[in-house]
Design a protein around this ligand. Sequence first.
Ligand SMILES: Cc1ncc(COP(=O)(O)OP(=O)(O)O)c(N)n1
Ligand SMILES: Cc1ncsc1CCOP(=O)(O)O
Ligand SMILES: [Mg+2]
Length: 211
Amino acid sequence: MGPVFPHLHLITGGQDPLAAVAAAVAAASRLGATDRLAIQVRVEDHVTDRDAYELADAVLELCRPHGVLCLVNDRLHVALAVGADGGHVGAADLPVAAARRVLGSSAMLGATCRDADAARAARRAGASYLGVGPAFATTTKTGLPDPLGVDAIGVVAAAVPDTPIVAIGGVTAKNAAGLRAAGAAAVAVVGAIMNATDPLRATEELLEAVA
Ligand SMILES: Cc1ncc(COP(=O)(O)OP(=O)(O)O)c(N)n1
Ligand SMILES: Cc1ncsc1CCOP(=O)(O)O
Ligand SMILES: [Mg+2]
């Protein structure tokens, strides 16, 4: 990863995640912005560790030659096994301090939170960045709390000025700039790219929106 924190985090999902990841890496390469893209390998809970490992290994093969950051959601043992750059944990995963012990001090570790106190606590426990959302309504993940909206994400960003905030949930090329303007260092998307008819173009539009 270059000296910047990636502004666009693509989280895998949908029918053909590898094709979408390849398109996203190609888009970032065309824009000379591979250090502004991160890929987070995320699979549904019913997916086996073996299948999660195979996907993560294939994603890493697409990312590494271009210096695109590769993170693994939830399954930190898979992140370690494939040699990913780090992982992301939320309320149903290892606590942040435990996750930091598993990944070691140099790995990138993201943690989900929704308010300033949780953000400060996650930072103290060792999180490198914070995933904050859902920003807007989304159907990609069920059982989510009410959307926070742009202003609430700005409040969390202001509470931890030294920690990158990644806004997630219903993010599109149209609303991404507003999240950045509110203080988010980055945005994370699933559907805007994974469900796009042209994931390469969708990635270009999102990278331009968060530049
Ligand atoms: C960047 C980013 N932010 C939040 C999440 C959500 O993680 P989590 O709360 O662990 O929920 P699942 O993704 O595991 O369903 C994320 N993955 N990435
Ligand atoms: C995993 C996750 N956590 C909070 S919202 C979300 C899904 C985001 O998907 P989309 O970008 O399609 O709204
Ligand atoms: Mg999780």
